[in-house]
Design a protein around this ligand. Structure first.
Ligand SMILES: Nc1ncnc2c1ncn2[C@@H]1O[C@H](COP(=O)(O)OP(=O)(O)OP(=O)(O)O)[C@@H](O)[C@H]1O
Ligand SMILES: [Mg+2]
Length: 296
């Protein structure tokens, strides 16, 4: 129990360290997760349910992955991309078509021992009958498969993500956050059906990532890539202080969030290592912005 309490105490710090530029979102997510972990949530419901709204590439999935990893381990994330469940036939895939078939939901939940996070991405794309299933999951934490088996979600967190009104978040200027949040929530309510919207315990509107946020994310991503590549190759890797500004300049995209940045950083580090390894060099390396390299 003591180890668990320490893990719960560390949760907020871990998420704040990994998810940057989303300080408005993290506290209510952490409170709900702690209620779930400490057994303060009522029975017959998922341990917590979240609707994450916001533009692309700003940390909605990353936050879900981060809290799942911290609380249960990576392998306890069950992910469904709702753009794959847009027609009526999708219900049969999820629940099974007949009494002889185990539905996909039952199979996936069994793989994680019924415990972890169920992530439904792009929820607005799901077929209305699939959204009916979501309603049952939110309401009763149960789904009955075609073969009669009942899947229990009461040891799970449920996260739905959507880019509904993402463009409005990107385009808004000088607006008070509360006004923007109200607008985005109203759009989501209209797009998702009010009865579904109303059942989420937490609705979080993620902010766009400004230049300074992306600068901080670039540092974080670079250090992570360096750590992972050092472990893989055994090469000690350091970087010049000017490299962060260079990579941010290359990777920053005001509308696509941090995804282009991540790709840019991975490409940069991997190219430097590739060149080294092909020359048979395995001694330490200090990554430099290109201008410094060519001037040297
Ligand atoms: N706020 C953030 N803090 C740290 N890293 C971030 C943040 N936002 C995005 N990233 C980085 O960008 C990548 C893409 O972000 P993520 O998958 O969370 O996007 P998303 O908000 O779920 O977008 P989409 O709506 O397209 O699914 C992450 O894997 C992570 O490396
Ligand atoms: Mg996502």
């Amino acid at each position: 129990m003591k180890a668990n309490v320490e893990r719960f105490q560390a949760l907020r710090g871990v998420l704040e360290q990994q998810i940057l530029g989303q300080r408005e979102v993290i506290p209510s997510v952490v409170d709900t997760l702690l209620d779930g972990e400490l057994g303060l949530t009522g029975a017959g419901r998922p341990k917590g349910s979240f609707l994450f709204l916001g533009p692309t590439g700003v940390g909605k999935t990353e936050l879900t992955v981060a809290f799942t990893r911290h609380l249960f381990g990576d392998e306890h994330l069950v992910r469904f991309d709702m753009s794959e469940y847009q027609n009526q036939e999708s219900v049969g895939i999820l629940l099974g078509h007949s009494e002889h078939e185990t539905g996909l939901v039952a199979r996936r939940l069994r793989e994680v021992g019924g415990k972890g996070t169920v992530l439904l991405d792009e929820i607005e794309k799901a077929h209305p009958r699939v959204l009916d299933l979501l309603l049952q999951m939110l309401d009763a934490a149960r789904l009955t498969m075609a073969n009669g088996e009942t899947v229990d979600f009461s040891e799970c967190y449920l996260v739905c993500t959507s880019n509904i009104a993402g463009a409005a978040i990107l385009d808004v200027r000088h607006s008070v956050r509360a006004t923007l949040v109200r607008f985005v929530e109203a759009q989501a309510q209209a797009a998702l059906r009010p009865e579904i919207f109303a059942r989420f315990q937490v609705v979080s509107v993620f902010d766009r990532l400004g230049y300074d946020d992306q600068l901080a994310i670039a540092r974080h991503l670079l250090e992570r890539e360096i750590r992972e590549q050092s472990e893989r190759t055994g090469i000690e890797i350091d970087y010049d202080a000017g490299l962060i500004a260079h990579l941010t300049g290359e990777g920053y995209h005001p509308r696509l969030g941090a995804r282009p940045m991540r790709r840019c950083i991975e490409r940069f580090v991997r190219q430097a290592l590739r060149e080294r390894l092909l020359k048979g060099q395995t001694e330490g390396i200090c990554l430099q912005p290109p201008s410094l390299t060519s001037a040297a």
